[in-house]
Design a protein around this ligand. Structure first.
Ligand code: HEM
Ligand code: HEM
Length: 471
């Protein structure tokens, strides 16, 4: 008798709807709509830049120049897409784990306007050619970034108040990570935008600190905190070890804040500072092993559930990239490897493998876990599958092309060949990057459609009290 073998295991429909205050659901949805609009715009700019590497004359207007569009791409995907999407999920996770309603929905709504305004202003000024002095990831003019900081400060107050009024004795591990991310980011933005002590090489040291604290103390702890909530929720079992979570948390706080100088290995900044950064970059392997181990051990024995869920595969990919792509960073910090890879496209591969493979995949896992439960509306499982595979395939093509190309670029410089040689040898890899980018961009369009399909239904206003009863 012929056995039926489906290409992929059927996905289970969600049946555990969450009875939530409508105002919170709408708020979360508006954050996600803004975030997704920034994702589409930011990654369209990324794709255009990728194409410009193959056809440099494709668009010659000043506002289309590489120097203006590159920071637009990075700042938009950082502050517009990734940050707003993570805040959207935190708006649910913090009240839920604190067993308290969000301290102020109105404040969170205002913060969304403020953050959107900050990005819009920053982008318009970058298009016009105005920036904050050209330092990476802090190119937005300072008034725009101060608005962003205002939004972050409002959220910090809102979240802090919600947690301090919590109905539980312990603060759940997610909230350690999330609050830490907010507090560090205020510190980082203030340090980066206050100018007087940033002179000459001091500015370089601050830049290294800022760049890595941005990725390491904002995106990383925030998305890990969210995963500490969504993974156990989806598997319907507790996290494997609370202690491993705490170990990963404190080593992250201590080691990560010391490694910024690894961006400037061999630069004329103190040698000892570079060495400290390298040592703690290797130390980060402890953090990664504790964090990833904790997630994988939580999944152990439940891999059937992972295959049957449409959100868990995103989380599994995110967790794997968290380990592999960060460990890749530890290698890049070593002087032997940095000599080969620094300034090459290998770093661009690392940026996307971490920011996209780790952070963005975990965000998508969280969104697909939460929204259908909040709104009772699920997108087509097929479209979620296409979103998943296009994004993953695109990223793998992007990452491998630039890792191979970047290594050859570095070798050609070490061999002392003419610079143009390293440009010519990159052409096939840049073509592959554009192919990968096209898959990624297409997956974003599908995701936007899926988000639309999860739109909350307009129905009479519903508010929920602490016990989950409608009032
Ligand atoms: C369609 C998808 C995307 C494409 C085609 C794309 C393409 C690009 C290109 C061409 C650059 C400039 C590289 C250079 O200067 O040589 C870049 C830089 C960058 N992109 Fe993307 N990108 C995409 C999505 C994203 C997303 C979603 C994120 C983050 C969430 C991201 C984060 C970054 C970062 C951090 C850099 C700076 C890299 C570095 O300096 O090391 N990109 N991207
Ligand atoms: C163990 C953890 C990590 C270590 C040790 C590490 C190490 C490094 C090193 C050494 C570089 C500089 C490469 C060079 O310019 O020569 C780098 C660049 C970068 N890393 Fe990581 N990384 C880690 C994790 C992450 C994570 C989790 C993210 C994102 C969430 C990330 C995002 C980036 C970005 C965006 C850049 C490019 C910065 C630029 O524009 O120059 N890294 N990383």
């Amino acid at each position: 008798m012929a056995v039926e073998r489906p290409i992929a295991p059927g996905k289970v429909k969600i049946d555990d709807l969450i009875n939530e205050d409508d105002r919170l659901t709408k708020l979360i949805y508006s954050y996600l709509v803004s975030a997704t609009a920034w994702l589409i715009f930011g990654s369209l700019v990324g794709l255009y830049l990728a194409i410009r590497f193959i056809y440099p004359d494709f668009g010659v207007a000043q506002w289309l120049s590489f120097g203006r569009l590159r920071p637009i791409h990075t700042n938009v995907v950082f502050w517009g897409w990734t940050s707003l999407a993570m805040i959207a999920l935190a708006l649910y996770v913090i009240p839920r784990t604190s067993q308290r309603p969000l301290f102020s929905i109105a404040l969170a709504r205002k913060a969304l306007y403020v953050i959107n305004a900050s990005i819009l202003i920053g982008v318009i000024y970058l298009f016009m050619g105005y920036n904050n002095g050209g330092q990476e990831y802090r190119e937005f003019i300072w008034p725009a970034m101060m608005l962003f900081a205002l939004g972050i400060i409002s959220h910090t107050l809102n979240f802090y108040k919600t947690i301090s009024l919590r109905g539980t004795k312990e603060i759940y591990i997610s909230n350690w990570y999330i609050l830490a991310a907010f507090l560090w980011t205020i510190v980082v933005v203030v340090i980066a935008y206050i100018p007087w002590y940033q002179n000459a090489l001091g500015e370089t040291v601050i830049q290294g600190y800022y760049m890595h604290m941005g990725v390491g103390m904002w995106f990383t702890p925030l998305v890990l905190g969210l995963t500490y909530y969504f993974l156990p929720l989806l598997l319907n079992k507790p996290i494997y070890s609370y202690s491993l979570g705490v170990l990963a948390f404190w080593t992250q706080m201590v080691f990560y804040s010391l490694i910024g100088a690894h961006h400037f290995v061999f630069a004329p900044i103190p040698w000892w500072l570079q060495t400290v950064a390298i040592v703690f970059s290797i130390g980060m392997v402890i953090t990664l092993t504790a964090g990833t181990g904790n997630f994988l051990l939580t999944m152990k024995g439940s891999f059937r559930k992972v295959a049957r869920s449409y959100s868990l595969p995103f989380i599994l990919v995110g967790v794997i990239f968290y380990f592999l792509a960060s460990a890749q960073g530890s290698l890049e910090a070593l002087r032997e490897f940095n000599q080969l890879w620094h300034f090459t496209n290998y770093t661009i591969a690392h940026s996307h493998l971490t920011m996209y493979g780790f952070v963005v995949f975990l965000i998508w896992g969280g969104i697909y876990a939460l929204l259908p439960r909040l709104t009772g509306k699920e997108p087509s499982h097929l479209l979620i599958g296409i979103h998943f595979w296009f994004a993953l395939l695109g990223l793998l093509i992007y990452g491998f092309a630039l890792m191979i190309g970047g290594t050859m670029q570095g070798k050609s410089w070490i061999e002392g060949l003419p610079f143009i040689h390293s440009v010519e040898l990159m052409i096939p890899y840049w073509i592959w990057r554009a192919v990968g980018g096209t898959f990624m961009f297409t997956s974003h369009i599908i995701f936007a459609y899926n988000l639309y399909k999860m739109k909350p239904l307009p129905h009479p206003h519903k508010q929920i009290d602490l016990a989950g009863e409608q009032i």
